[in-house]
Design a protein around this ligand. Sequence first.
Ligand SMILES: Nc1ncnc2c1ncn2[C@@H]1O[C@H](COP(=O)(O)OP(=O)(O)OP(=O)(O)O)[C@@H](O)[C@H]1O
Length: 680
Amino acid sequence: MPSLDPLPNDAVAKPPKDKTKKKEKKSKNPPTDDAISESKKRKKRWGDEEAEELPKSETSSEVLETSDEGLKSAKKKAKKVKVEDAEDDGGDEKKVEENPNAVSNFRISTTLREKLKQNGIESLFPIQAMTFDTILDGSDLVGRARTGQGKTLAFVLPILESLTNGPGKAARKTGFSRPPSVLVLLPTRELANQVYADFEVYGSAVGLSSCCLYGGTPYHNQEDKLRRGVDVVIGTPGRVKDHIERGNLDLSHLRFRVLDEADEMLRMGFVDDVELILGKVKDLGQVQTLLFSATLPTWVQHISKKFLKPEKFTVDLVGNEKMKASTNVRHIVLPCLMSNMSQLIPDIISCYASGGRTIVFTERKETASELAGLLNGARALHGDIQQSQREVTLARFRSGKFMTLVATNVAARGLDINDVQLIIQCEPPRDVEAYIHRSGRTGRAGNTGVAVMLYDPKKSSRISQIERESGVKFERLSAPQPADFAKAAGEKAVDEVLSQISDSVIPAFKSVAEDLINKSGLSAVELLAKALAKCSGFTDFKKRSLLASRENYVTVLFQAGRPMYSPMYILQLLRRFLPEEKVKAVEGITFTADKTGAVFDVPAEDLDAFVTGAQNEHQVSVEVPETLPPLEEREQFTRPRFGGSRWNSNDRSGGNRFSRGRGGGGFRGGRGNGNRGGKR
Ligand SMILES: Nc1ncnc2c1ncn2[C@@H]1O[C@H](COP(=O)(O)OP(=O)(O)OP(=O)(O)O)[C@@H](O)[C@H]1O
């Protein structure tokens, strides 16, 4: 299993200090001898002579160690286990894992340990190791770790352990039509199903049953399960609330309440239902509340106070770290107009997906459906699709029946899908949390991945805003050029030809191949190159502009020996050595950050005229840059017009800003609408 990020230094924020007291609160009743002997007995009851009863935290307000201390103390605990074992068992010392996060170093029963091992899990991830004891010992907790760091099992394991071998066992209701002991709330149906699957796998191993309550599916199956009695209810707030109101769901005996993706659950639109649901618990002293997310904006700390006990613990493995997003992901930005996306995205996938799955995020449901229809083999997932179809689509994506999913934020959070190598966001999302969660669909559990965010060159300022708020440092790249992906695709085709095509096919195709060489006028190598392109799914290669990925355009860098501030000035200089129709074809004038020049796109067939024409002009130069120079940040709000396809630059239907004229978008030569430059 790949290793995970090293823990940051400020992993654990202290629980809110009780300002009225000088010293940290000590527990009122220090453990009596009976309690100690009882706890020693308990290590047997936990069905695991190896699982050592680790000393409970002295007080509920005890500060959890910082991450480094946490790991050191976990090591000490491991050694302590070793020492105690030796004393207790007359020296037949048990092998204790040196790895402080080894599952066997935690109060996890043999049954659960076996089930974890079957799933390849023999060591806890940091967020799991840092929160396990605190949850098992009965505290409320806010947990934060970057995406893909195992937050789900961080609450699943201690909850199951508590209900079957620990403090939660005694109070747990049992028998037919029992009320649930656990409620887990999530923001989307897909995520609810995913967490339900984890509870099914691990809960059923220890005799606990679960059910999943979410909309778009019939009530009666869920009602039957609730009527028969379940231990764990996982669901989305809307459907959970419906079942409460229908009298199917009694939450008065809950032992655990969990808000996964807590910041999303406490956002407008969810918080009222969440508050109503969580308020159904009668005895707040008996219930533990756990909040987890990769993002916990400050406002969450305030609003969550009403659900958590004052002496809650916080384990924050992101803390004050600048980088809030996944550190296992390459974060790339790439300029592209909406009208060029359906042509560009397949090339980005060829370049960065490494044969794995790709999730493309759009802001709106209709654009997700539209784009999915334009991308070969892609499927759409969003809230307007019927629930049964959503489940089929996600299951087929998970099983690799298709490799490109085009989704809205319904797939942004929590979804854990194997081998997602590439995330493409069609435009900067509205908030930084969306960026962090979307890009976190790749690079999970210690694996690596690539997140590409496309942006309209006219709105580049959103990029630095997301950089500031997420701590991400984007790689500013331009559209992949044919050479970028031909090599990778060609090598893949060669591997397939050599490994999958038997020599037995040669006689049948040899004469056709000889005819082709004799008649085509191309060399054997050139013909083979075409055949490999065909195997790779390419029929032609179009050059794309660096500035906006415009097909059959080239981005040029224009300089005039003095700072420039107005596109009109540039157009006037161009008119000195170019005919009007070529000046009119200029697209997307954008000044360099130092204003000493400007870049813009010109039709590839006009490039020579621009370069040679400039040579005869005093102090004017036109060159083709390898990469974009640092450009002026731009923010321009253009109200999108409706109708027509915004995705296909070949579309001449007009009707919206994305398919206007050649190449679409950007400032156009000759109209002098000027670059409004900078932010307004
Ligand atoms: N201790 C572990 N060892 C190995 N793999 C693990 C461990 N814990 C969890 N995983 C795997 O790591 C992946 C990510 O886990 P999970 O989905 O819980 O992450 P997360 O932190 O909730 O992510 P997100 O913030 O995106 O919701 C899953 O495939 C899970 O099976």
